[in-house]
Design a protein around this ligand. Structure first.
Ligand SMILES: Cc1ncc(COP(=O)(O)O)c(C=O)c1O
Length: 218
């Protein structure tokens, strides 16, 4: 994420308790006059602009900022939920996907390029293995699986390891690994760290203190 994109989001408030965050998070500025507690449900695909110039401007800006430009790229209701997740998890930005597997595919395909190597936890949600075999491999992206406790990550890291994909807790056996240590290791080797935290509700996580590159949840 670029500095410009980060700057387009309102800064996080001070660390209020989770209960307060749940009530106030993602609400944005309150509209004037009586209004509902929840943001209205928006359902839209095509967006109308006053002028063609505005449309063109939105198309340029949307590459770096979150602007309303097309329903598949988000709508005001989705943006409010994104802000709430961001607020609860203390992240920079949230993107919603219709399914967890779509989120995982997006992370892998957005960051990996032919010639890259990715380390995937052996505790991974099984369909991600298929994604690796049927999508990453044909694109020339190599992958290896590491032990669910992360013990062999250091030994498996290569010069071309671009991403380490973790799942905490892991699927099936709820394996845990030392995420702060893994994050530090990735940082020292210039590798990105992505975490699928489907099995941990945001309210169980104090705030991501170890700053992964990306976290995805169902
Ligand atoms: C850990 C984990 N990640 C990702 C997914 C995929 O989520 P979805 O079924 O929404 O594609 C699942 C589904 O059970 C999961 O358990």
């Amino acid at each position: 994420m670029t500095a410009r994109e980060r700057a387009s989001f309102r800064p996080l408030g001070k660390a209020e308790p989770v209960a307060t965050r749940l009530v106030h998070g993602g609400r944005g500025p309150e509209p004037a006059g009586p209004h509902g507690v929840n943001p209205p449900v928006a359902r839209l695909s095509t967006v109308l602009f006053d002028t063609t110039a505005q449309l063109r401007q939105a198309r340029v800006r949307r590459e770096q900022e979150r602007v309303l430009s097309y329903g598949a790229r988000g709508n005001p209701t989705a943006h409010a939920l994104e802000d709430l997740v961001t607020e609860l998890e203390g992240g920079y930005r949230t993107r919603l996907f219709a399914t967890g597997l779509a989120a995982t595919a997006q992370v892998l395909l957005a960051y990996l390029r032919p010639g890259d190597h990715v380390l995937i936890t052996s505790a991974v949600y099984a369909p991600v293995r298929r994604l690796a075999e049927e999508f990453l491999k044909p694109y020339g992206i190599e992958y290896d699986y590491y032990a669910a406790d992360g013990s062999d990550v250091q030994a498996l890291l290569r010069g071309n390891t671009r991403l380490v994909y973790a799942e905490v807790p892991g699927s099936s056996l709820y394996d845990l690994l030392d995420l702060p240590a893994l994050a530090a290791l990735c940082r020292s080797r210039n590798a990105l760290l992505a975490v699928d935290n489907t099995w941990v509700p945001a309210t169980c996580i104090a705030r991501w203190p170890w700053a992964p590159t990306s976290a995805s949840r169902r």
